[in-house]
Design a binder for this molecule. Structure first.
Ligand code: SAH
Length: 286
């Protein structure tokens, strides 16, 4: 799937384009998932993936660290304002000292706990970041909760997770987050990043993906039940859906339906919508 890789053997990682950390550089803390990107070309390329999709004017960067990506967001030609949220006090001090133009837009805290709709009321936004890999799925579940607000996401993740999210049905990597995110976003695997361009290098390769909000305002089914069906289906991903979905008390009349002969990983968003309607129309008269 990933065609090109930037990093170790890449022409783009030319000498002289390496970020030189200053004397007051932040000490990398493992528990915060801190791996600082050294290669400026890659940082520039990631920032350049923001497209302004649907006209947002606010970008929130999660986990700016020492601002390697932030500097390119601030230099953009697009008409957006950059805000950052960072949990690490040492990084906050670094950013405050070196990015005076970010004043008032450096949020000190945990992205998972912040209330997006209060901070940016009624505003469409984009999210970008080299995510802390230990919480990248949680970040994306939060994006889903705020899907009417978040128009675009550009992020670097553990490569395996990035591939999973972007992969089509039928792929062994395809999973819950793939279906849920693909229901509301057009997703593209952009490129692979070698572990060697980080300090300290992570144990895994990284992948960059972009997600752009599609036209779907609401799925043509009960959306809460849709999530329930997807989760239950993947709970036993090796079983046919007839077995995997048993706990949902499938109505008699649908037991011979051909979708139930398949496994969750073979179904696209439209199939899951159909299943949801077949199962729950009977229960709650939707
Ligand atoms: N963007 C920087 C740092 C990436 S490492 C670079 O590319 O070099 C991930 C960053 O996310 C770290 O700075 C870490 O402190 C921050 N972080 C970790 N958990 C966070 C959370 N819950 N909320 C906000 N930031 C977080």
């Amino acid at each position: 799937m990933p065609e090109r890789s930037y990093g170790k053997n890449s022409k783009r990682a030319a000498p002289g384009r390496e970020h030189s950390f200053r004397g007051d550089a932040v000490r990398a803390k493992k528990h915060l998932g801190q791996h600082f990107l050294k290669d400026l070309s890659i940082a520039e390329r990631i920032a350049g993936l923001l497209s302004g999709h649907n006209g947002y004017q606010t970008v929130l960067e999660i986990g700016p660290g020492m601002g390697v990506l932030t500097q390119y967001l601030l230099a953009t030609d697009l008409p957006f304002t950059t805000h950052v949220i960072e949990i690490d006090t040492e990084s906050i001090a670094y950013l405050t000292a070196h990015f005076p133009m970010l004043r008032g837009r450096i949020l000190d805290g945990d992205f998972l706990r912040m209330d997006l709709s209060t901070l940016f009321p009624e505003e469409p936004i984009a999210i970008i970041g080299n995510f802390p890999y230990n919480i990248s799925s949680q970040i994306l579940f939060k994006v889903l909760d705020h899907r009417q607000q978040v128009q675009e996401v550009v992020c670097m993740l553990q490569q395996e997770v990035a591939q999973r999210i972007a992969s089509p049905p039928g792929n062994k990597d395809y999973g819950i987050l793939s279906v849920l995110l693909q229901a509301y976003y057009d997703i593209k695997y952009e490129f692979t990043v070698d572990a060697s361009v980080f300090s300290p290098p992570p144990k895994v390769q990284s992948g960059v993906i972009s997600l752009r909000r599609n036209e779907v305002v609401a799925l043509p089914c009960n959306e809460k039940k849709f999530v329930q069906v997807v989760k239950q289906g993947f709970n036993n991903r090796r079983k046919t859906l007839r077995n995997a979905l048993k706990p949902l008390n499938l109505p008699e009349s649908m037991l011979s339906h051909s979708l139930l002969d398949k496994r969750a990983e073979q179904l696209g968003v439209a199939d899951f919508i159909e299943l949801t309607n077949l199962i729950f129309n009977y229960d709650d008269g939707l």
